[in-house]
Design a protein around this ligand. Sequence first.
Ligand code: NAD
Length: 244
Amino acid sequence: MTMPILLNGARGRMGQAIAAVAEEEGCRIVAECDIGSNPVEHLPNCGVVVDFSSHESTPDLAEECAAQGKPLVIGTTGHTPEETERIKACAEKIPMVWAGNYSIGVNLLIHLTRQAAKLLPESYHPEIVEMHHRHKKDAPSGTAENLLEAVLEGRQWEPEAALRSRSGLTGERPDQEVGVHALRGGSVVGEHTVVFAGPSERIEFSHSAGDRSIFARGALTAAKWVAGKKPGIYRMGEVLGLTD
Ligand code: NAD
């Protein structure tokens, strides 16, 4: 049985990457929606909705999915706090997988980052560096935000420990801080490095994306997994069995 998918943002870079691998991943795109189309009328025909449009459109789509009981895979990033709250409210009615990055490698990176943050002493200072193509609209990336969460969880630090840019600041770097730095340019698909800089040694975990098919295949794996789950928000780590 192939999984019938409603794909939102179908004309975009990710939308096209998903359509290209759908059949191989045991899925069938039954509706390709983009600006100008109304996903609501296609919802009854799909098993799962996969959204790679833009952050502004995800809350409306999530509310429609909640109204019609359709599971949702959220690929969009850069949601405002208000958008985030609206999406979270929908998870009381439907299951959703919500990940800033659907690749297997990045999700392993997130898992290892959480473990390293837990195990290494505070004198091993965490810093996150990411680079993406010049067209990317949000910064830092959703993946960098996920890595930041992993460090904060591992260290059991409050969100105030996050520092998204150090430029203009002077003085010594505090121990209880995690810096996040975004680079933009060229056609870079996505690169993320987490550094733990200790007193006399440095550990780095890095991931480099070759092309968008890694996100596309991961999102479709999530779509097949989420169908039939209880309402709630699931991480990609749970889909892949990377539990702590
Ligand atoms: P893109 O700009 O190439 O494509 C976005 C598509 O969405 C466009 O075709 C656009 O017309 C459409 N769109 C915009 N507003 C819409 C609306 N209101 N309704 C329906 N369609 C709408 O962007 P992209 O590179 O494909 O990325 C799309 C999103 O996915 C971004 O938020 C990006 O950050 C995110 N992304 C996530 C992952 C992941 O693994 N989670 C990976 C890559 C990109």
